[in-house]
Design a protein around this ligand. Structure first.
Ligand code: BTN
Length: 250
């Protein structure tokens, strides 16, 4: 059956991810999409918070109950980044770069963050795919300096509903691809084609207090990033933060 979403809207909520997880535990089906105008406890990667003032961003979480093998689940965030990129091209004329693992950036400034959280429920494993897109500049004073919004880039206030509609359509198309090996390879290829971080980028990888530098060398089949260090060793990065070295130095 093709992927279908059912939207539930909130004026204000702690976090759309938390609400989707609550409903997942209560048995909600795949396709539930929680959208809020404001989040009071928005969650980011690596235990960070995600500032979510009213109507300044698109804040949504989609409940997925993937049928494919768990080792391929990390590809969900890659396909989501591609879907966001596609929706922003189609609805706002914005062509964003994808930064590993799943940020969307314009001129190296963050435009969108994606947080996929897995959980066990009585009806099996589930993924809550949370997506936050900066729509207007009102959000920028609240987030780190390296951020931007669609309105800042285009000079026009985007229609959040159109972006949401385009995004859910793109996700519906991309998600089905993950069911088989060919589709997964396609997602990896597309991700690499639309990310300046995929191949040959000098980066610093931060893993908590530790880190290292190297040159990116593409993705593993589960979406992990290959980074070659100066001594010729290939390291495979599955967690942590990746920063372009030029922006670290500038
Ligand atoms: C990141 O750290 O880059 C990921 C940010 C993800 C933010 C979105 S906003 C909607 C959803 N609900 C949350 O609490 N977080 C995600």
């Amino acid at each position: 059956m093709p992927f279908q979403s059912t939207i539930q809207r909130f004026d204000s909520i702690d976090s759309t991810n938390l609400e989707a997880m609550r409903q997942a535990r209560a048995g909600a089906p795949e396709g539930l999409c929680i959208v809020a105008r404001e989040q009071t406890r928005g969650r980011g990667r690596l235990d960070r918070s995600w500032q979510s003032p009213p109507d300044a961003g698109l804040y949504l979480s989609l409940l997925l109950r993937p049928k494919f093998e768990v080792p391929a689940w990390p590809l969900i965030t890659l396909m989501a980044a591609l879907a966001v990129r596609d929706a922003l091209v189609k609805t706002c004329g914005v062509s964003a770069d994808i930064k590993w693992p799943n940020d969307l950036c314009l001129n190296d400034k963050k435009l969108c963050g994606i947080l996929a959280e897995t959980l066990e429920t009585s009806s099996g494993g589930a993924v809550v795919l949370g997506i936050g897109i900066n729509l207007t500049p009102e959000i920028l004073p609240l987030v780190p300096a390296e951020a931007t919004s669609i309105e800042s880039a285009t000079g026009e206030k985007p229609d959040g509903e159109q972006v949401l509609d385009g995004l859910l359509k793109s996700i519906a198309g991309n998600y089905e691809l993950l069911d088989n090996a060919e589709g997964r390879e396609h997602i990896i290829r597309e991700w690499c084609a639309h990310s300046s971080y995929a191949i040959g980028r000098q980066v610093r990888v931060s893993l908590g207090a530790e880190g290292f530098e190297g040159t990116t060398r593409g993705l593993e089949s589960d979406g992990a990033l290959r980074v070659e260090t100066s001594d010729g060793k290939m390291r495979v990065v599955r967690a942590g933060d990746v920063t372009a070295l030029r922006s670290v130095l500038s």
